[in-house]
Design a protein around this ligand. Structure first.
Ligand code: ATP
Length: 230
């Protein structure tokens, strides 16, 4: 059984429809890369899985359970953790408080998160608002992981960060995946996504324009790159 099944998903904001029937599937322990140019529906797809965008049709199932009509807090409790675009950490709480506010029992304990993100360990008593962009991104990922989700959703995992920090985050995501964590990741770094994920989907105006595994991505890299450039 798939951990995540998205079937014919239609979603948007108020009356404006942004997704027009998206299908996705992910098995436990796998990573799926969601790609596409700006405004093609990546954030909306994550939002619709999480219950944040208005779902207008189709179905979302988590481990066989229909979560299509559940509100975000119920979906979070069932095991979906989101590190949103823009990070949305709590600026007036310390790093440790940010993590503790989200923490739920499971393998991703505070000590393990600090081992994974040494920069957060060093900064545990600093306010979220005092962190660099890269540290904030690590905190957003750490906070989502602290909920011990069955499925981790990462929006713009490395957007706007310096190359050295991006490399660090990709290495951390590889380590997270090696622990068996299932991940859906949105990013624009095709090479890094090819290394991390075994499933790849490109969205275009709210529809799946291309999908394939790692071998297909290598074979059709030119076509995929074209779908990602304006
Ligand atoms: P980006 O990389 O720019 O975030 P994206 O692929 O994640 O792009 P979405 O943010 O999902 O794209 O946007 C899909 C469509 O929905 C776009 O046409 C966008 O203008 C629209 N949209 C996004 N957010 C809202 C909103 N809050 N209200 C109305 N329309 C929105």
């Amino acid at each position: 059984m798939s951990l995540l099944e998205v079937e014919g998903l239609k979603a948007g904001y108020g009356p404006a429809q942004a997704l027009h029937g998206v299908d996705l599937a992910l098995a436990e322990g796998e990573a799926l890369a969601l790609m596409g140019r700006n405004g093609m529906g990546k954030t909306t797809t994550l939002g619709a899985i999480m219950g944040l965008a208005t779902r207008m049709g189709g179905a979302v199932r988590l481990a066989g359970r229909d979560i299509t009509r559940l509100p975000p807090h119920r979906i979070a409790r069932l095991g979906v953790g989101l590190a949103p675009e823009g990070r949305r950490i709590f600026p007036a709480l310390t790093v440790e408080e940010n993590l503790r506010a989200a923490a739920r029992p499971g393998p991703w304990s505070l000590p393990r998160l600090y081992a994974l993100f040494p920069r957060l360990a060093e900064r545990q008593r600093n306010m979220g608002g005092q962190l660099s962009g890269g540290e904030q991104q690590m905190l957003a990922i750490g906070r989502a992981l602290a909920t011990n989700p069955r499925l981790l959703l990462l929006d713009e995992a490395t957007e706007g960060l310096a190359p050295v920090i991006r490399a660090e985050i990709w290495a951390q995501l590889a380590a997270i995946k090696a622990e068996g964590q299932s991940i859906v990741v949105v990013d624009k770094d095709l090479a890094a996504l090819a290394r991390l994920a075994e499933r790849h989907v490109v969205l275009e105006t709210g529809r799946v324009a291309w999908r394939g595994d790692g071998a297909a991505l290598r074979a059709e890299a030119g076509r995929v790159a074209k779908l990602l450039t304006v």
